[in-house]
Design a protein around this ligand. Sequence first.
Ligand SMILES: Nc1nc2c(ncn2[C@@H]2O[C@H](COP(=O)(O)OP(=O)(O)OP(=O)(O)O)[C@@H](O)[C@H]2O)c(=O)[nH]1
Ligand SMILES: [Mg+2]
Length: 446
Amino acid sequence: MLPFDQDTIAAISTPPGTGGLAVIRLSGPRSLDAIRPLFSATDKLEPRVATFGKLTHTDLGVGDFDDCVVTFFKGPRSTTGEDVIEISIHGGTYLQQKLLEVLLRAPGVRAAGAGEFTLRAFLRGKIDLSRAEAVADLIHAKDEAAHKNARHQLSGGLRNLVNKMSEDLIKILTVIEAELDFSDQEIEFTPPSAFTAPLQALQATTQSLLETYFYGRRLEEGFRVPLAGAPNSGKSSLFNLLLGQERAIVTAQPGTTRDTIEKTIIVAGHSVVLVDTAGLCETREEAESSGVDRSKDEIELADLIIWVQAPDTNDIKSLKTINIPQITVYNKIDLTPTPPKNKDIYLSCLTGEGVDTLKEAIYSHVINMKNTGVQGVILNSERHRDIFNRFDTQLSGCLSAINNAFGPEYIASDLRLALDVLGEITGKTTPDDILNQIFSGFCVGK
Ligand SMILES: Nc1nc2c(ncn2[C@@H]2O[C@H](COP(=O)(O)OP(=O)(O)OP(=O)(O)O)[C@@H](O)[C@H]2O)c(=O)[nH]1
Ligand SMILES: [Mg+2]
């Protein structure tokens, strides 16, 4: 393989099956040469101007292959920092595959690996690692909240915060190292205890950031909300009502739902994974008993439990999980004039009464679980959480070095290590194997 600055990569940038228009991208010094024999208007191309023309070449078949629009971005003013060509053609699978195949025959052009365009942008300093990761988040965002978070990170939210934290550390480090340089002269040294407050402030920020991780994961995966309760209480009926479609089987027979069924709805811009579960009961029947085990697992994993009870079923109080938010629902109120007190919501799946009140309650719980982040930054990746955990440990090390009156060399070396850990967020100090792992998680064409 050629070094990346001599190599040109090509890929289809459109997800498969989208129809409409497709974009094929090239990045590298041979981009322009690669399309010259195929594109009728290569000589008219100007940087950053979309140019219409035809794709024609014997390798592409007899006659014109397709109409297209080509945009040329001259490096370094391009997303990767290299010469980039974007070819928009019609979105047929054959058209895309054939054009890519012919482009890949051009000298010095090869198929891009997963995430390679973004990797190049990172290697050329066009984008820091936290922003590169945000590109992946943006593509995978399934709801408004996840999209907003990815946009914030892409616009440098996490990078700016980390840069500010690094600057605070560097300020302390500069004082200590300057004093170390003049240690043989008679100057007044700053007592190390003077650094305690700024280090504690950094640690407080780190801990607040770590607290956002719970919500950050929910942005990725959605809030899990199982409907649980005794068999026949109306869980599947309620599940279908909340979804607005007849997804789960409903019968008058207790024990109808065996396996858990999940489906995502959007509440207040957030993905909420509703889970219909098997009714909780003592049973010797193997399939039903496995279903009950799954229900219990779902209840333990839940972010919010909706307990469903009805006049003709038991209340399953014993299984309630104290630390998890829950809503108690009394269903089938059409069957009883005297429902028990102390339930949060009274409803009837049959008449629809009370269902809107339940929807409002779910909405309020979702809003309650929201976290505005630290200066808008919400941690959503395990990698970031791990880095901030290690940074936190390093800061504790620095603080205890100060408390124990260790020498300034020792404190300075601890501070440098802390700075290195923080640098892994933006990619300043990220090892190559981690970089490969991050970019290989992208799709080809990004
Ligand atoms: N009268 C009345 N019947 C209801 C209501 N909600 C559900 N049912 C009936 O109760 C029975 C059980 O409903 P399901 O939704 O299957 O109950 P479930 O909790 O999912 O039951 P399992 O899957 O067996 O645990 C069905 O015959 C439903 O039509 C309601 O609000 N009023
Ligand atoms: Mg059911």
